[in-house]
Write a protein that binds this ligand. Structure first.
Ligand code: CU
Length: 697
């Protein structure tokens, strides 16, 4: 399992070095208990918690599912490939998810392809959740934290001779009758490295004890190649990745994925000159996407058929410069991403039907930051960071085919088209983190910060009542507000890191006080209400600035006994409330935890895992959110190295075939399913899986 805390990659290092030369934790390594020694360059900074990959299975295609294994993190699931990251009660655009150091803009307005969906589980090298307040250097907008996923890449070898590697993976699972196969090959010497990879995944509708959840099939092809060149402390690399997702269900959303075609291009430079370090990154992503309500499900009537054709692209950059300053290192940098979005709804049985949900939308977010990480005497580590962000949003004019006939729609359209649609935000983030070494085995961590997030394009520019909400999936139609302000979170956290000889525990407490939190509130606009009522929802919500607070605690812990036994676990709790009215926040993870007892030998390991979720009765009245029951699950997992190159992994998930409904899984919208419309989408029933891995080194 990953050896997180011993190598505890310091956040600034993780970010500055990125995938190029950060030593990556290998999935096959046995997790070591944390040690208190920090690496040479270490200025203690908030740690990135690496999710242990060894006990997980590549037959769960969605990388975001792994977040449930990190303290404070979770996933809002709308489909088998559609998992939106949640951290400490914030999700969607609030959480900064970096894939190979990039912000990848989702291709459609309902977040069907969250960033983590672009690194299939078979290609994942590491997944890390930064605990607590994200450093300002970790991304442009980080109000809800930072999650870092890196895909597998070639590594430089030593010497002039070219060393090839090959990994082949094959897997299958029963709950969705899925299979996956993937390949990763590389060739490298000390100055060149080259790699190519591809994976193909396919699965049917997921079975649960009462039948099948429709539609939850998935199909994805993901492939790419990369090259890196290193010379005298400098390195440059290029990568490109293609993703082809075909018919894939999202039963909590009004439509399913017809296809998602995405190309991602990246280039990166890293140079070290004495004590100075220079790093730059430039990347571009382009998404073509279609979703419909008639390919994988039946619309109520043929006239209700809808196809949403969307396009999105994004250009991103990052440049940073690290230099020694006093007893620490100063990191200066600038980063940004320039995104554009279009979405047009049509109806295949009515050629006249055409609604521009989003047209010519641009959102340009860029910023400048300074972060100082220092060791003050032996007992104190300090991080101070400041960032200025500018977020400029704009939209073109829109049109609706009914505007000529329906005066209500004409009113909405003309109002939007004649309004000033630019929304510019100037935001300042501040972060201070202190790590006090109470003893060689115990650290006290205190942190405080102010973080801002500018409104998303859906929150600003959704002009006609629709369910285009970046995956909120509460069943309500929404409209935006052109005059939204940025959210401001004031956050404080306190924690301990204890690393005993045979045990460890790292509890954290946090409190987030949010002004101008953006949340749907019942629309009072009679035109919006009338148009929305005709479109199925008499209670449309409008994105508004309200006041909120989120607080809670989370921890990871573990014990080792004997030479081979270990028990490791994670516990998370968060509470989200409105401050302006008496209500709770929507889709917040209930109290949850998991623990795994494992027996580890050199050639094989086996584990028994328990997962528990409490009921969630703190739900949002505003969003008409349903309460949910608690549940507990039992999983069995094992791995065996047959010969040196060949590894097999087996497991049974949900051994007791429990019928359970994760609170974060959303509400079923599909009639022709064994799940009733309006019920929480259940989790998979008993699932057997097996994978075979071949490694040539
Ligand atoms: Cu979509």
């Amino acid at each position: 399992m990953s050896g997180p805390r011993d190598s505890a990659p310091l956040v600034p290092l993780v970010l500055a070095l990125t995938a190029l030369n950060t030593p990556k934790v290998h999935a096959g390594e046995a997790r070591q208990l944390p040690q208190m020694t920090v690496e040479s360059e270490a200025v203690s900074a908030p740690e990135a918690y690496p999710v242990e990959l060894q006990p997980t299975t590549i037959t769960t295609p969605d990388t975001a599912a792994l977040l449930q294994r990190a303290p404070g993190a979770n996933v809002n699931r709308n489909g088998p490939l559609t998992g939106l990251a949640q951290y400490r009660g914030m999700y969607g655009d609030r959480v900064n998810v970096l894939v190979n150091g990039m912000n990848i803009s989702s291709g459609g307005p309902n977040g069907m392809d969250p960033a983590l969906s672009y690194v299939p589980r078979t290609q994942l090298q590491s997944l890390e959740v930064i605990r607590g307040i994200a450093p300002v250097s970790s991304g442009v907008e980080t109000i809800g934290g930072t999650i870092i996923a890196d895909s597998r890449r070639s590594q430089f070898a030593s010497g002039k001779n070219v060393r090839p590697t090959l990994d082949l993976t094959l897997g299958g699972a029963t709950a969705d009758r899925s299979h996956v196969y993937s390949a990763f090959g590389s060739a490298a010497n000390s100055s060149h490295r080259l790699h190519a990879y591809g994976s193909k995944e396919r699965g049917g509708n997921i079975e649960f004890p009462d039948g099948k959840i429709r539609p939850t099939r998935h199909e994805r092809l993901n492939y790419g190649a990369g090259y890196g060149f290193r010379h005298e402390g400098q390195e440059i690399s290029f990568d490109l990745r293609r993703n082809r997702t075909d018919d894939t269900g999202t039963p909590s959303l009004p439509m399913d994925i017809v296809f998602i075609d995405t190309d991602i291009y990246e280039s990166e430079y890293q140079g070290r000159f004495g004590d100075y370090e220079l790093h730059g990154k430039l990347y571009y992503s382009d998404v073509d996407h279609e979703m419909s309500n008639y390919d994988l499900r039946q619309p109520a009537t043929p006239a209700a058929s809808r196809l949403n054709t969307t396009k999105s692209n994004s250009l991103g950059y990052r440049a940073d410069f690290g230099l020694p300053l006093g007893p620490g290192t100063l990191l200066l940098g600038s980063d940004g991403h320039f995104d554009s979005h279009d979405a047009t709804v049509t109806n295949p049985v009515n050629p006249a039907f055409r609604v521009q949900a989003f047209n010519g939308v641009d959102r340009n977010a860029f910023g400048f930051f300074a972060e100082w990480n220092a060791t003050l005497a032996n007992d104190w580590d300090l991080q101070l960071g400041a960032r200025y962000n500018r977020v400029e949003s704009s939209s073109g004019t829109v049109s609706h085919f009914m505007a000529g006939m329906n005066p209500m729609i004409a009113t909405l359209q003309n109002r939007f088209n004649s309004a000033k649609r630019d929304n510019n935000q100037n935001n300042l983030d501040l972060v201070a983190k202190l790590d006090y070494h109470l003893s060689s085995r115990l650290d006290l961590i205190a942190e405080g910060g102010i973080k801002k997030r500018a409104p998303s394009y859906q929150e600003l520019y959704l002009w006609v009542p629709l369910q285009a909400t970046n995956g909120l999936a509460d069943g309500h139609n929404y409209v935006g507000d052109l005059n939204l302000d940025s959210e401001t979170a004031y956050e404080a956290g306190l924690g301990l890191d204890w690393r005993g000889r045979r045990a460890y525990a790292a509890p954290r407490l946090f409190y987030r006080y949010v002004d101008n939190y953006i949340q749907g509130t019942p629309s009072t606009d009679p035109v919006v209400i009338m148009v929305s009522t005709a479109n199925g929802d008499p209670k449309p919500l409008q994105f508004s600035n309200v006041d909120a607070r989120l607080y809670g605690g989370d921890m990871d812990w573990g014990v080792r006994f004997g030479r081979h036994w270990r028990l490791d676990g994670v516990l998370s709790y968060v509470r989200g409330e409105r401050r302006d009215i008496h209500d709770d926040l929507y889709r917040i993870a209930p109290l949850n935890g998991n623990a795994m007892l494992s027996y580890n030998r050199s050639r094989w390991w086996a584990g028994i895992e328990g997962v528990g979720y409490a009921k969630q009765n703190k739900v949002s009245e505003t969003n008409d959110e349903q309460k949910s029951d608690g549940y507990a699950l039992l999983n069995l997992r094992a791995g065996l190295t047959l010969i040196r190159e060949l590894e097999i992994r087996l497991g049974v998930e949900n051994v007791l075939d429990k019928n359970y409904q994760p609170h974060l899984s959303g509400i079923n919208r599909v009639a022709a399913s064994d799940v009733a419309v309006g019920e929480h989408v259940p989790g998979p029933g008993r699932n057997y899986y097996a994978t075979l891995e071949y490694h040539y080194r």
